[in-house]
Ligand binder design. Structure first.
Ligand SMILES: [Zn+2]
Length: 347
């Protein structure tokens, strides 16, 4: 808690000594009470090295406002509300000014300005701003609904920005909704999801990793690799890597939403005809961010990729059929992660 650092030394008129001399601008971690909550925040203040210990600090008005903003943001973080910077980021994402953003949402002209400076938004308003960010289609609905709040020129410009985001990430949002809806009955961390809530970004990254390090990767094999990655990670760390829930199916463990996850926009799938059957080949996609893995995750992914690199789909299915997780569960049953603790050979 005892953190207090020098930021810079400044020559200025010192209100304590009433003369110009060198003052220290410092920043420290401190506490404040805001709306009955104690919050930790970083306070900036001036220190007069000539003053006595009782009275040697001061905070001019401008700096006071900045400190108050930090207190409010600390409060917002504690309450899981968007901070003033996050609100600014959302409107920046669509190229909106504060009053544009207010108009787009059908709010009073200065509402967003107030949220970025002094007022704490309530949860309903907070949710609406988040939704605008997560779902560009919703932003598009909003701009169309409040078209009369803009000049035609401005409307055209903003609509274009929003439409670009719809093209860029709208599909990802829809796919995520689809996957989340299939997981609606697994909202809590449990034995079924390996004590981890579904992490769709992580799933996309894991698929991206396997597509780079495993040649001839087809859908059936990918599903087994996902299970092994989750199962081994669970065995080592007591929780799964992705939060996927797997069922006992004829071809081994199969995650719920297996059809949907391979159509995440970051996954490159090519359909191939092999002996009259359609096969889904997962191709490497360099755009997938795989630098976000922890060392523990990379270690598990490497074990799985190296072990099964040369296994054909049929071989990995046979291999999985011998696992206790498979032999001890019934067809269609969800495979609880505790059974994954006793894997054959590899660990
Ligand atoms: Zn002084």
């Amino acid at each position: 808690m005892n953190k207090d650092y020098l930021i810079s030394t400044i020559q200025m008129d010192c209100p304590i000594c009433n003369k110009v001399h060198s003052l220290k601008l410092r920043k420290r971690l401190t506490q404040s009470i805001f709306k009955d909550e104690t919050v930790d925040y970083e306070e900036v203040y001036y220190l007069c090295p000539l003053g006595d210990e009782e009275e040697n600090e001061f905070v001019p008005a401008g700096l006071m406002d900045e400190n108050l903003l930090r207190v409010r943001d600390a409060y917002r973080q504690k309450k899981d509300l968007l901070t003033s910077n996050e609100i600014a980021d959302i409107r920046g994402y669509y190229g909106l000014t504060q009053s544009d953003f207010s108009a787009l949402l059908g709010w009073g002209d200065v509402t967003v300005t107030r949220y970025e400076t002094k007022t704490i938004q309530d949860e309903t308003y907070d949710n609406i701003m988040r939704m605008v960010y997560e779902n560009p289609m919703f932003a598009l609905e909003c701009i169309n609904k409040h078209k009369d709040r803009f000049t035609l020129e401005k409307y055209t410009k903003i609509r274009k920005n929003v439409a670009n985001k719809v093209e860029e990430v709208g599909n990802l949002y829809l796919k995520k909704q689809e996957i989340n809806s299939l997981y609606v009955n697994f909202p809590e961390e449990s034995e079924l999801n390996g004590y981890k809530k579904l992490d769709i970004e992580k799933i996309a990254s894991v698929i991206g990793y396997f597509s780079q390090f495993v040649d001839n990767l087809y859908k059936v094999k990918l599903m087994k690799l996902l299970w092994y990655a989750d199962a081994i990670f669970y065995g080592r760390h007591g929780k799964s890597m992705t939060g996927l829930v797997y069922r006992h199916m004829p071809l081994g463990a199969l995650p719920i939403a297996y059809d949907e996850i391979i159509y995440l926009p970051t996954v490159k799938v090519v359909e191939e005809i092999i002996y009259d059957d359609i096969s889904y080949r997962i191709c490497p996609n360099k755009e997938v961010n795989i630098s976000g893995f922890s060392l523990e995750e990379l270690s598990v992914l490497e074990t799985v990729a190296t072990t099964f690199k040369n296994h054909k789909s049929k071989e990995i299915i046979d291999y999985m059929h011998k696992e206790k997780a498979y032999t001890d569960t019934l067809p269609n049953q969800i495979i609880p992660y505790n059974l994954a603790k006793q894997l054959n050979e590899l660990k």
